[in-house]
Design a protein around this ligand. Structure first.
Ligand code: SF4
Length: 441
């Protein structure tokens, strides 16, 4: 029987990656074999991201590359999926008539029927997987993402995600717990909770403290040693969440995108918490959760961000002393409520502002990393460095996967049997982002 081969390229956020893993799970059950090189695949699946300009350009290029491959071999099937497709399917269908299957964000679980041309009932809402969905994990064996909801009910004026994914929908806690138990049985030690707003969990189901209650269940699962909260929302950081974060298994780590600091910009962004209130929240977290590490994301170049507003943002970053920080340049997005305000700042100026904020942060990150020198820390060993297999790479509880720095352990003696385990590492050096150390025997 002919072997069915498929390749999948996943773009964008961790939530999209999970949807890709679910597609791989269904295809795997249907007997597909996965190849990393799309040139060798019968079916090429591109799971796109479409929420800001750079992501859309990347998606266009990926679709173009797949179409070029199909020109060389007409038998290939191309599946275009994800957020970019959900937003722009009509115009893309005209641009790329060679693409065979268009799968926005509603029917990831119908990937096999779609690829095999079988009919299926299209879902009217954004797909949200459950513990019964087959999922082919693509992250290193020691950790995994766990999506607790889809969609978003906030109305941030620059954001297209609610237009793509619809309102917030929480997964049942029982399904999340069953999935975490399954992951523990697969020797996953760290779970990273993701959604558009993890701190809003359960509110759509009328639950007041949905996330603290869920965390209370997850910390009881044997084998799971670290639980990390990603994508928080400033106003949703409750006292009960702060309390439950003192649980040993919950990483003293919070990712809270503040987006900006200046009150006028925050108002135009239709977000609630300005810089002064954010500094108070940060101080409260540092007072109440020992060693807490805070990551944030900011947007520069939003309409109305003049010199004064940008100076305010820089001052905020200097005062907040975040441990980790990412900066996006404002992207003008059709359908968002800030779209009518246009995109007044030159791209060059926006990028220069991004670099200025990142320069300030580099100095702060280095100072923050100095506090780990000569300390012994728990490090989840993820594997070895591609460029030098004698170097181990891992992360502490203070470093989230894929976005923060890592710990390098050069020339560790016992290599093989420490991968996917948590080891005691003594930190003996650092730079602005990464730490360096040796395993404590
Ligand atoms: S919280 Fe705001 S920025 Fe985040 S996904 Fe929702 S609307 Fe977008």
């Amino acid at each position: 029987m002919n072997m069915k081969t498929a390749s999948l390229i996943s773009y964008g956020c961790a939530k999209n990656l999970i949807d890709s893993e679910v597609m791989l799970g269904y295809l795997n059950e249907a007997g597909y074999v996965f190849v990393s090189d799309p040139e060798e695949a019968d079916t090429i699946i591109i799971n796109t991201c479409g929420f800001i300009k750079p992501a859309k350009e990347e998606a266009l290029e990926a679709l173009q590359n797949a179409v070029s491959l199909k020109k060389k071999d007409k038998r290939k099937k191309i599946v275009a999926a994800g957020c970019f497709i959900e937003r722009y399917k009509d115009s893309l269908e005209k641009k790329f008539p060679q693409i065979d299957i268009w799968l926005g964000v509603n029917d990831f679980d119908k990937i096999v029927q779609a690829v095999e041309g079988k009919s299926y009932k299209k879902s009217k809402q954004c797909f949200l997987y459950s513990h019964t969905s087959p999922r082919r994990l693509s992250t290193p064996p020691g950790w995994a993402y766990l999506k607790i909801s889809e969609g978003c009910s906030h109305e941030c004026s620059f954001c297209s995600i609610p237009l793509i994914k619809g309102p917030y929908r929480s997964r049942p806690a029982s399904s999340i717990v069953k999935e975490a138990q399954y992951l523990a049985s697969r020797k996953v030690r760290e779970i990273n909770l993701v959604s558009q707003d993890t701190t809003y969990y359960g509110k759509d189901r009328g639950l007041k403290d949905g996330l603290p209650l869920l965390l209370g269940k997850l910390v009881k699962i044997k084998g799971i040693e670290w639980i990390r909260i990603l994508y928080g929302y400033p106003e949703e950081i409750s006292d009960s969440l702060i309390e439950v974060m003192k649980e040993g298994k919950i990483c003293p780590y919070l990712d809270i995108p503040f987006q900006h600091s200046h009150p006028a910009i925050i108002k135009e962004m239709k977000r609630g918490m300005d810089g002064q209130r954010a500094l108070k929240l940060i101080q409260k977290l540092r007072n109440r959760v020992p060693d807490i590490v805070i990551r944030t994301s900011l947007v520069v170049g939003f309409p109305g961000e003049g010199k004064k507003e940008f100076e305010d943002l820089k001052k905020f970053v200097q005062e907040a002393k975040f441990d980790h920080l990412g900066v996006f340049v404002y992207s003008l997005e059709e359908g968002t409520s800030s779209f009518p305000s246009g995109d007044p700042l030159e791209e060059k100026e926006k990028i220069s502002r991004k670099n200025k904020v990142m320069d300030i942060q580099a100095g702060i990150s280095y100072q923050n990393n100095l506090k780990y020198l000569n300390k012994q820390m728990d490090v989840l060993i993820e594997g070895t460095l591609k460029e030098d297999p004698k170097v181990l790479v891992g992360r502490t509880r203070f470093q989230a996967p894929e976005v923060d720095g890592v710990v390098f352990i050069p020339y560790a003696e016992k290599l093989s049997n420490v991968v996917n385990t948590i080891q005691k590492v003594e930190i003996n050096d650092c730079d602005a982002y990464d730490l360096y150390g040796r395993i404590v025997p």
